[in-house]
Write a protein that binds this ligand. Structure first.
Ligand code: SF4
Length: 292
């Protein structure tokens, strides 16, 4: 059966993250970064949502839409960074500080979200942390995004966790340095501080896509899936690549055939423990309120 028929049969809509394969992005109803997709998921009328991304994205969609069926094209596609923090780390920090907010990047498990005060994405992290009354912020799980927030908001005491995105963390700083001044460097805040210090612009995938439209030639320091959208929007843009451009192997596990297969068989459904879901909904909803 063709994709459109399958979508009709399941009353389904396809959401895709910018990092999945271009073929899936072409087939998707909505493409975006984590914040856009989380927000969009709350506005849809269809009964089934296919979340073309990694597992935490499917979990977030399910938490926000418990009555809908959420399907993952590849249930094994997971974000390693999401697992780089434990509930005990949060409990220890809460015991240490009275005036503490636990701020969790959306790239985290449902369980960690359930123990958090508010969630953020790279699009709204600085804005949301700035709005919090607490001075001490335990930022999870990404140390690089946490450092970026700390630099942006020097009045806050940002306590870092040692998680990181292996894709962004390994970007070769020497290669980026060699291009400094020759091309506009646009970087994602999941990159290391040394890379961010060289960037002309730091922003979420969405912000990078918008910024890139101002130039003829750019070095895009984030996952290469973003190139599909850049080529769609700016066909003449000269995109400079690093010798080994960052690729998220988990995002690349997804294929269009897998999207069709889950729609056909109604498999790879996301389930979240009801108690965890109820608790995790609070910081996610808070993010949607504070992040606009
Ligand atoms: S690019 Fe990094 S943060 Fe994003 S899903 Fe892949 S491993 Fe996780």
């Amino acid at each position: 059966m063709e994709l459109e028929e399958l979508k009709k049969k399941r009353d389904a809509v396809i959401l895709a993250h910018y990092y999945v394969d271009g073929e899936i992005q072409e087939a998707a109803d909505y493409i975006g970064d984590s914040f856009f997709l989380a927000q969009k998921a709350t506005e849809l009328k269809e009964k089934t949502i296919v979340m073309a991304g990694v597992y935490f994205m499917g979990e977030s969609v399910k938490i926000l839409n418990p009555d809908k069926t959420v399907l993952m094209p590849d249930i094994e596609a997971d974000c390693p960074m999401a697992h780089m923090v434990k509930v005990e780390d949060i409990e220890k920090m809460r015991a240490k500080y009275d005036d503490l907010a636990v701020v969790t990047y959306i790239n985290s498990t449902a369980e960690i979200k359930a123990y958090s005060d508010v969630c953020v994405t790279s699009s709204n992290a600085v804005k949301i942390v700035n709005k919090l009354k607490e001075k001490n912020i335990f930022f999870l799980p990404d140390r690089n995004l946490g450092s970026y927030i700390a630099k942006s908001l020097p009045d806050k005491n940002i306590l870092l966790n040692d998680g990181y995105c292996p894709v962004h963390d390994e970007i070769p700083v020497d290669e980026v340095r060699a291009l400094k001044g020759k091309v506009k460097i646009l970087a994602h805040p999941e990159c290391r501080e040394e890379v961010l210090d060289l960037a002309d612009f730091i922003g979420s995938t969405k912000a990078i896509i918008e910024e890139a439209g101002k130039y003829d030639r750019t070095l895009i320091v984030t996952e290469e899936g973003i190139f599909s959208e850049l080529k769609r929007r700016y066909p003449d843009l000269d995109i400079v690549k690093l010798s080994k451009h960052p690729i998220c192997q988990d995002m690349k596990k997804l294929t269009l055939d897998k999207v069709k297969e889950v729609l056909e068989k109604n498999t790879n459904q996301v389930h979240v423990d009801p108690e965890i879901r109820e608790r995790a909904l609070i910081p996610l909803k808070r993010m949607l309120e504070l992040g606009v």
